[in-house]
Design a protein around this ligand. Structure first.
Ligand code: NAP
Length: 257
């Protein structure tokens, strides 16, 4: 693929990809393949992140002002916010900082699961506190797949419940005594998810509406087995930002940004 429409003034100036997702890595690959320089930015939360191709920087920018300063100094031509659908602080910061620095911004966000098979049977909730309450009501052996940073919202309502918690990196805070922690990183398979749920006697699955294929198998398995599924709705991107849902569309946008 080549990007033939970029202006001479833009040639050589990088596209900043706010990353930490598979979509961000796919976009970096497509842009590098097209000869567009990229800088991928990672928060630095995960101990051994999967790195995209091209240049990578790691760590926060220091809020809106820090990011706006970075954009001015680095000569970034455009920003694609390809962060996780639940990483709302950085998305809000990107919208404000790009506005302040006069840099075009696009949001790349994979579609959620609200239209997926079985979605009408799931328990959709607004936020982790509501998810914790629903979980306590629906089962005795939950599988929590909400990410390490959200676990403290579940510790109160599920303090005496033998929850199974799946995380990439170890939790930062002590968890209730009956909880069991499993360390794993996707992609997952339906066979593996079925084995996990059966062997642990899981009777309720808890997840965010992350969307995408990598973590979909747990949804398919729970739905097929009539295991209740609690899904935290997405917070939604900043309203002012154009959103696309594939890396290929983001490449098209970057060609003219
Ligand atoms: P967040 O709450 O939206 O952001 C908190 C702070 O982390 C931001 O203010 C920023 O610090 C820094 N940050 C976040 N993403 C960054 C990036 N790509 N590059 C540089 N700094 C970044 O984010 P979060 O929910 O903690 O997620 C952190 C990262 O993990 C994101 O990049 C996201 O794509 C990835 N991730 C998140 C989830 C999730 O469920 N939240 C799941 C999978 C992957 P400064 O203000 O100092 O700039």
């Amino acid at each position: 693929m080549s990007i033939g429409t970029e202006s001479p003034a833009m040639a050589g100036r990088p596209v900043l990809i706010l990353g930490g997702t598979g979509e961000a890595r796919a976009l970096a690959e497509l842009l590098v393949e097209a000869g567009v320089p990229v800088v991928s930015s990672l928060a630095g939360r995960v101990s051994a992140p999967r790195l995209p191709v091209g240049e990578v920087r790691i760590g926060g920018f220091g809020g809106i002002d820090g990011l706006a300063g970075y954009l001015r100094e680095s000569g970034v031509r455009a920003v694609v916010d390809a962060t996780h659908p639940f990483a709302r602080v950085i998305s809000g910061n990107a919208a404000s900082a790009c506005g302040a620095a006069g840099v075009p911004l696009l949001r790349l966000e994979r579609p959620g699961w609200s239209q997926a098979p079985g979605a009408e049977h799931w328990h959709w909730v607004d936020g982790h506190d509501a998810a914790a309450e629903a979980t306590a009501r629906l089962g005795r052996r939950p599988l929590l797949t909400v990410g390490r940073q959200s676990l403290d919202r579940f510790t109160g309502p599920l303090a005496n419940v033998p929850a199974v918690v799946r995380v990439v990196d170890p939790p930062e805070h002590p968890l209730p005594e009956p909880w069991q922690v499993l360390r794993a990183r996707g992609p997952y398979t339906e066979a593996g998810e079925r084995e996990l749920m059966e062997s642990h006697g899981i009777d309720v699955l808890v997840t965010k509406d992350s969307g995408g294929a990598l973590t979909w198998p747990k949804m398919a398995v729970a739905t097929a087995a009539d295991i209740p599924v609690v899904v935290v709705r997405r917070p939604g991107p900043p309203s002012s930002v154009t959103v696309v849902d594939t890396a290929a569309e983001a490449v098209e946008w970057a060609a003219t940004a």
